[in-house]
Design a protein around this ligand. Sequence first.
Ligand code: FAD
Length: 598
Amino acid sequence: MPTYKAPVEDVMFLLNDVFGIERYGNLPGFSDLSPDTLEAILSEAAKLCEEVLQPLNRVGDLEGCKRHEDGRVTTPKGFKEAYEAYRSGGWMGLSVPEEYGGQNLPATINAVMQEFVSAANLSFGMYPGLTQGAVAAILVHGSNEIKQKFLPKMIEGAWSGTMNLTEPHCGTDLGLLKTKAVPQGDGSYKISGTKIFISAGEHDLTENIVHLVLARIEGAPQGTKGISLFVVPKLKVNADGSLGGPNGVSCGSIEHKMGIHGNSTCVMNYDDATGYLIGEANKGLNAMFVMMNEARLAVGIQGLGLSEVAYQNAAVYAKDRLQGRALTGTKFPDKPADPIIVHPDIRRILLSVKSFNEAARALVLWTALRADVLHRSGDAKARQTSDDHLGLMTPVIKGVLTDKGFENAVMAQQVYGGHGYIAEWGMEQFVRDARIAMIYEGANGIQALDLVGRKLPRDGGRAVMAFFSEVEGFLKEHASDEAMKPYVAPLKTAFGHLQQATMWFMQNAMGKPDNAGAGSADYMHLFGLVALGYMWALMAKSAQAKLAAAANGAEDRLKTKLLTGRFFMERMLPESAAHLARISSGAATMMDVPMESF
Ligand SMILES: Cc1cc2nc3c(=O)[nH]c(=O)nc-3n(C[C@H](O)[C@H](O)[C@H](O)COP(=O)(O)OP(=O)(O)OC[C@H]3O[C@@H](n4cnc5c(N)ncnc54)[C@H](O)[C@@H]3O)c2cc1C
C-alpha cells in the first residue's frame, strides 16, 4: 500500500530561505505569519492529508461514485467524514477574505495545501478545489447580493461549487456552446441545456451545489462574444439565504473513466433552471477566466502532487527491493542481493523525478507569491508586474507540470518492475489519476498555444521581457561565482536556446501561424525547463549560503539539495537543445503530408 509524507521541510526551505516570505510582511494576511506559525499550519495540513485523505485514496479508486435511480450520487465510503474534517478545519476558506468567513491567509499557503491534498487523494481534493475556484469567480464578478447569498455557505463548506463549460459538441471551442438563458424580467434567467464531464456535478458531501454555468442569452451573438456566466444552484436559495425547493438541475449519468474514480464526473441537465447572471452579459468567458486561471494553476499543482507521491513510494521500494549486485561490486554481502537503488539506472529515474519535483514546487510557490502581491498589494506597479508574471506562467505551470507529472508517475512505476503494474502497489492508480490533468482545464496543446499565441506577444512582450531580464540579471550577477558555476553555466546555455526560439517565432511565425502551432508544445517545455533551471539556481544559491552559515543540523539535506540541482542541470536541462531544434524545423514537413495519408 502506498504512503505519503507531505514535504513540509522543503516548503519551509523555499518560503523562508529561497523566497524570503518575511519580505511580504507588509501585505494583508502575511503580517502574522512567523516561521513558527507557518510551520504549525503546514504541519496541520500534512496531518490531515497523510492520516485522513491518503488512506482513502485506494478506497475511492476501487469503489468509485454511484448514481442512484433517483439521480442522487454517492461518494466512496469515508469521503463524507474526510470532507467534514477538511471543512471544519477551515481549509476551504484559508485564503479568502474574512468578510465572508475566510481566514485571509496568503494564497501561497493554499497552493501548498493543494499540493499536499492532490498527492494524498486527487479525487477527494477536486470537491473542495472546484468550490474554491467558484468562490474566486464570484468574489471578482458577483454582485453584492450574489456574494452575500452564496459565499459564506461555500466558504464554510456547507455548499460546494462546480464549473460547467463543456457540452457534447464543444470542449476547446466554447464559441459553439448551445446552452441557453432566457431572461425572466425579474433579474433571473431560465437556463436550459446539457453539460458533460462536470466534475463534482452531483454528490452527497454538501447540502447544496452551486453550479457556475456558461450559457447564451436568447438573441446574443454566436461565437465566444455571446456567452454569459450564470450561477445556478442545485436547490433554490430563498432571499434570507435558506434553502428552497429543487431547481431543474439534475445529473443524467456519471462517466466510467480511466482514473479519479472517487470524483463524480457528471452529465448535467438544466431544464428551465433558475440562474443569475454573474458579471456582464456576453462577457461570461472573461468572468469564467478567473475560475479557469485559478483552476489551471491548481491543475498544474495536481501534476506536481502526483509526481511527488509516486516518487516517494518508488524511493522506498528502491531501497527495499533486492535484485542483482552493484556494477562496482557487492554492497550488501549479508543479503542475497543488493537493493535496486545501487543501480545507476534506478537512480537516473529517481533523480529525474525528484529534481523535477523540487524545482516545480519552487516554481509554484514563486508564482503563488506573485498572486498574493497581485491581490493584496497597494502598489500598482507591483500588481502589474505580478499580473504579467501570472499570465505568462499559468500555461507553463499547467502544461509542463501535468505533462511531466504523468511522465514521472510512469517513471516511478518503472522502478517497481512488474509490481508497478499490479493494482495493490498503488502505482498504476497514480499513473491513471495523473493522466486527466493533461486534458482538463484546457488540454495541454491549448496551453502551449496560449503561451505562444497570446502570452508572449501580450503588451508588446512585456511579461516575457521581464522574465528574461530577471534570469539575465541573475546570470550576470553570478558569472564569476565559482561555487555557482555548475548551475549558472548550464542555465546560461538553456536560456540562450529559449532566446533563440523566441526570436525564431518572431521572425518565422508572424506571417506563418502554422510555424507557431507546430513549435508551441516544444516551446512550452523549453520555457518550463528554463524556468525550472532558474528555480534550481536560486535554490542552489540559498543552500550554499545556508551551508556557509550555521545550517543547524540541516547539512545533509542541503548537500543533497545541491547534488539534486546538479543532476537537473546536467541531465534535464540539456533537453533544451532538442526543443530548439524541433521548433526551428518549422511546420512545412508536417503540413505537407496530405490529409488522406493519415
Ligand atoms: C474527467 C474529466 C473531468 C472534467 N471536468 C470538467 C469540468 O468540471 N467542467 C467542464 O466544463 N469540463 C470538464 N471536463 C472537460 C475538459 O475540460 C475537456 O474535455 C477539455 O477541455 C477538452 O475538450 P474536448 O474533450 O471537447 O476535446 P476537443 O476540444 O475536441 O479537443 C480534442 C483535441 O484537439 C486539440 N485541439 C482542439 N482545438 C484545437 C486548436 N484550435 N488547435 C490545436 N489543437 C486543438 C485539443 O488540444 C485536444 O487534444 C472534464 C473532462 C474530463 C475527462
